[in-house]
Design a protein around this ligand. Sequence first.
Ligand code: GCU
Length: 683
Amino acid sequence: DGLAAWLRYARVPGASRHLGKLPSAVVTLNATKGYPVHTAGQELVDGIGGLFGKKLTVAKSKPKGTTATVGTVSAYVDKNPSAAKGLPDLVEDGFYLKISKGNVLILGQNERGALYGAFHYLSVIAQGNVSDFTLTSNPDAPVRWVNQWDNMQDGGTHGSVERGYGGDSIFFWDGHIREDLTRAGQYARLLASIGINAVVANNVNANASILTPENMDGLARIADVFRPYGVQLGVSLNFAAPQLLGGLDTFDPLDKAVVNWWQGIADNLYKRIPDMAGYLVKANSEGQPGPMTYNRTLADGANLFARTLQPHGGIILFRAFVYDHRSLNQTLDWKADRANAAVDYFDGLDDKFEDNVVIQIKYGPIDFQVREPVSPLFTHLRRTGATVELQITQEYLGQQAHVVYLAPMWKELLDFDLRVDSKPSTLKSIVSGKRFGQKLTGYAGVVNVGTNTTWLGSHLAMSNLYAYGKLAWDPEQTSTGILKEWTTLTFGHDKLVHDVITKISMESWPAYEDYSGNLGIQTLTDILLGHYGPNPGSQDGNPWGQWTRADDDTIGMDRTVWNGTGFAGQYPPEIAAMYENIETTPDNLLLWFHHVPYTQKLKSGKTVIQHFYDAHYKGSATAQTFVTLWEKLKGRIDKERYEHVLFRLIYQAGHSLVWRDSVNQFYFNKSGIPDELGRVGNH
Ligand code: GCU
């Protein structure tokens, strides 16, 4: 069942031997149907039933025999005042687990935490571990959101998903909220099991019509199916809605009528959805309206919404992905650089935002490329909290037709030390709020599941969603550890299945980087047509500012301060100095920061052009091995998933050759420099 993803509760090998170590009944403390503690009780019954074939019942008070007790800390302490002393400190959404001889105690700081604890316990026993343990688990950051880029309508009819590769929207159809929201509830269940606490259901390129009274009613229905899982709803706004929908003649954020209009919207939403998470806003970006349309600052824009949310306790995630693609001209301006935009626009605003504003920053300064340096904006916001925006949907990374396990890439970014004030300043320490002490910080992941029964269009792509939630909860977890868990829960315990999935997954990002764009040149996809497939030629002269500046002799963006766009100077001094200098810039970001001849020598001793040729052969050769590796699993996993994955891996193997030959031939044609091994050229 693809829909169940990692929550299949398939029978554990040797299940019957473990029955004595499991609870015999479930006790829920102060459970109300439709809320997480009640859900937790149900999951424990379903989970232990499926995993071990042991039928449990939910009891109101303590029955005879071993029990699993689940509830909030406060509900527990009410009943057992003397137990309070022995309990650990939990932060919001945190949980405490104590497993002892078949008795299970699951306590959450809030209801959501209790549900997280139940899912954690089920995950542990699903992996075959029924031994006693005690665990206190607190999330690394409070904001752990998912963004869906679902359109309300598409040509007036459907609900498509922008950059979604798993079918139509599970939320919207024909300009309305779907009647049947079963899939939305199932999605919330998956997300709760990995610690995600909110979903923004509509696209950042927002349609103002999401705010009609009828659609607000529909949003309330979405919130209703999320609520049992402790997942809150967030809404994307169109900045011009007062004009587009409200009939005002302005959307100036400082205009009184505009402010009142937005206050009415917030009040109306919270009347329907008292626990709404808040807003997500994309403004003044790629043609979207925003405060700068009226010469107001981005802070004026963000604060407008923040203030209307304050009476209701909501927060606003305001995106830093702000740039004007019409003002970028490559041929005329050597110093033009879209990468500079975010820091330029947010300069001087750090202390101007209301307390419930969080700035949502894409991990890199351009756009979800296969390799980017960490966005320097993270070092400029010290009072205002930030979330890092990661992309689970593989927009530039093969669109789920290629396997690319992203946890290793995210780990590298999160572990990167930005050296603010010459002190340790990893990205993870910034987005946890630990480095600068902000309260509201965390993670936002663009997921874009759809109606496809695999959710993302590919079974293996689901490890990325799983890993996203796990890392947002605890970025110290390892890529392989997360993968192992996910594989057991999704495919079972067979060692060969594990070996194959681990090998393919762990080799997949390096392979994709090798055949799609190396040395920090960006993913050389077609920039105009859907960001899919190779088209290095499209990476120059486009208005989007994603450039390589490749000519017959040289390639790369000069982002130095001394001679280039100055981007390197947006980092703290130690990092700026590293990137400013060719000698200290790591090879894998050389062309991101420097414009060099194709004959430039890398640290590896190879030239840039020879590295291109070799890496493309190497990466695509690795992709060929994925097929033969997977074929070893025939008969070891169910036929449906085996064939579904095989089909995609065969395609990927072929498409990686298309990538290899297109990119290599392109740069051979430009540079005229032959491949030392004679593979590329005029055949
Ligand atoms: C990318 C993506 C768009 C999206 C934008 C954003 O450019 O291709 O579809 O709207 O990012 O993040 O806002």
